[in-house]
Structure formats: C-alpha cells, structure tokens
Unconditional design. Structure first.
Length: 235
C-alpha cells in the first residue's frame, strides 16, 4: 500500500510540475507577445514621427509663388461702367449694390490721385504683387494625419491657402512704364485697394490647385525615395 501511495504522490507532484511549467510557458508566451506588440507599436510611432519631421521640412520648398502684374486702374473695372450714372445715384442717395459701392471707391481713389476715369484716360500704374500659396504652417499636419502600414503610407493633407500677399513699392529707377507723380499717401490707398482685390484674381487662375499639386508631388517623391511603395493622399 505504501508503494502505491508513494507512486500516486509522485504522479501528483509530476502532474503539478507539468501544469505549473505549462502556466509559466503560457505566461512567457503571452507576456512576450505583449512585449512584441508594444515594441512594434513603439517602432511605428517612432517611424511616423520621423516621417512627420521630414515632411514638415518639405513644406518649406513646396509653396507656389506668383509675381502678378496688374494695370491700375484698367484691370479693376469694366470698361462699360457708366461713371456718371453711378455718381448721380450716389448724389441722390439711391441705394447702391456692393459692386456699385466698390466701383465708386475705385473712382474716389483715382480722382484723389489725379487719375480721371471719365472721358479718355491714358494714365495708369503697373502694380507688382508677390503672392505665395501653400500650407499656412508646417504644424497644420500632425502625426494623426499619417498612417503607416508596412510599405504603404496614407497622409491626410489640409487644404492650401494664400499665405502671403505683398504689393511691391514702385522704384522710379527701375519702373519701365510711364511715370506718374503719385505721392506716398495716394500710393498707399492704391496699394490697399489692389491688395484687397488681387486675391480673387489669382484664385481664379488656380493658384491653390497648383500649390496642392506641387505639395503632393514633393511629398510623394520624398516618400518613394524613403522606401514606401504606395503613397495615398486623403482629403
């Protein structure tokens, strides 16, 4: 009987060891699996952070620049505009449309600067504008905008905007057009009016589409060179 008891006890001990060993192995596998996931996730985050840093550098070179020359005042009103009718309506206190108010603002600026819009007008200024379009800031794209899946990457890009619009001061030494005697005060009025209206003109010429296309081409080329096989842009 004692031998049977000893064998039974030994069997129970061995079974306990096997079960305990199995538990340890399972715990090791599970913990190791969790560790691998953590490391993989950490690696993915690190990679997206690195890509984000490099993409933000690309933004600096992916803006579109326009040098736009406009002829003031001819480019800012319809040649069929009836100035006498507009002046008459204003003098009688008739309600004016926003377009009519804008036309009369132009008339007043020109009249103050010595440019006649009634009758034959041969006086003009060529105004040079520098317009830049792209993303307003590198920070406008974040790590949440990037999804990396192996060799595939998806990027959510914000819409480009006009980031800078500068009206250049005319330099009499390089100005190639008929010179007009415009004092600084009247030039500021003209420049302010042109700046307020030039944005619509360049938008109609598709400057934002060009900025978006250039940005995508820059980023796509960079990421393909970095080893990604597929680059997808999400709006």
């Amino acid at each position: 009987m004692s031998r049977r008891k000893n064998k039974k006890s030994l069997s129970l001990v061995l079974l306990g060891i096997i079960i305990f060993g199995g538990i340890l192995s399972a715990a090791y596998v599970i913990s190791g699996f969790k560790l691998d996931i953590h490391l993989s996730s950490k690696k993915s985050v690190s990679e997206s952070e690195s890509i984000l840093t490099d993409i933000r550098k690309v933004f600096t070179f992916s803006t579109v620049e326009y040098v736009y020359k406009s002829v003031f005042p001819f480019d800012f009103y319809d040649e069929k505009t009836d100035w006498y009718m507009l002046l008459n309506k204003r003098s009688k206190g008739v309600n004016l449309t926003s377009k009519e108010k804008d036309s009369l603002e132009l008339y007043d600026i020109c009249s103050s600067a010595g440019i006649k819009l009634t009758g034959k007008n041969y006086q003009f200024l060529v105004v040079t504008s520098l317009i830049k379009a792209g993303l307003p800031s590198p920070q406008s794209i974040t790590q949440d905008s990037i999804l990396i899946e192996g060799k595939n990457i998806s990027i959510r890009l914000p819409k480009p905007e006009i980031t800078e619009l500068i009206i250049e001061d005319p330099d009499s030494s390089t100005y190639q057009y008929p010179d007009m005697d415009i004092d600084p005060l009247h030039w500021k009025q003209i420049a302010r009016y042109v700046q307020a209206h030039i944005e619509e003109k360049v938008l109609n010429k598709g400057i934002l589409n060009k900025a978006d296309s250039r940005l995508r081409n820059f980023i796509s080329s960079f990421l393909h060179e970095a080893g990604f096989q597929s680059v997808t842009f999400i709006q």
